[in-house]
Design a protein around this ligand. Sequence first.
Ligand SMILES: [Zn+2]
Length: 345
Amino acid sequence: MNDILELKWRLPLPDLLAQIGLGAHAKRSAPCPLHEDTNPSFSAFQTTRGWRFKCHAGCGEGDEIIFLEKWRGLSRGDAIRLYASLAFAPGAWGFDARPPRPGNTALGASCAVPSLGARGAVRISLPADAHEGDEHELRTLACLRRVSFWAVAAMKQLGTLRFGTVCGEPSWIVLDASLRSAEARRLDGKLYAQTTHLGERKVHTLRGSAKNWPVGLLPERELGAHFKRILLLEGSGDLVAGYHFALGTKGEWLPATLLGASVSRLHPEALELLRSRPVRIIPHCDPAGAQASERWTKELISAGCHGDVVSLQGLRKKDGSPLKDLNDATELHPGDADEFAQLLS
Ligand SMILES: [Zn+2]
């Protein structure tokens, strides 16, 4: 109970609402964020028991935790877990994962040949305007990928997501907090235009990326007690979906992703980290995905890692077509929900 009081002290309702992008509702009278509301039915107010909310149109009332339960449809346990992670953000998992800002002297060397020996050295070239992303950008991405705002907010907090201009286009960038690997995609979902060297493409790998490093993997001290298992995925789209499905589940998964099915010979330091926890691979449902998962499994086993591979095969989208990758599960057929839930149990 003291823990919950501490959380409430750290992140009272108005701050919680601001942090999840609902700051405009942190008033005595505002439209309710829990239902389609054209009237100001919602109220946030302080009592002797702390902050409370109430929706006069029937969504109910309660404290910060009850708000999260209703907002995300969570169990009480999961709502507390989410609240705790928000209350301690960006140090939610006991650290601040922000990569150095562009323009730092460390980034001046971004064009230099990456030095493999330099642990933690900056290796990728981020765009000059790379930034963490404001609420609008996070919402745009969540909408584009059909995932929760919380999923992309968590990526931002853990340092695996940035925004910036890539090839002249506003883009979202998944990157490793250690700045080993990054790829960008357009924020409008369109393709990058052809250049002299590159064809039209949906993703643009940033120069200096080491593709054999799983993006999103955290150093051991930061994996800590918070992430018990690792979800190894393929591509930036599935990383976002991984956060959407995994965070807040009891599995305590950390999603990480390899940027392409052709990746082989995983980075030795990555293998070292992967050895510390069970790894579950969810490959794409195509021949390249199947080959990749077979190859990665072999590498993981020979490095002394343990885990399993689960398949999306047989699962359908709402329209009845088969799931091709984890991101497709954001449009999962309701009849396959139980089977899908097993994959992350
Ligand atoms: Zn309401």
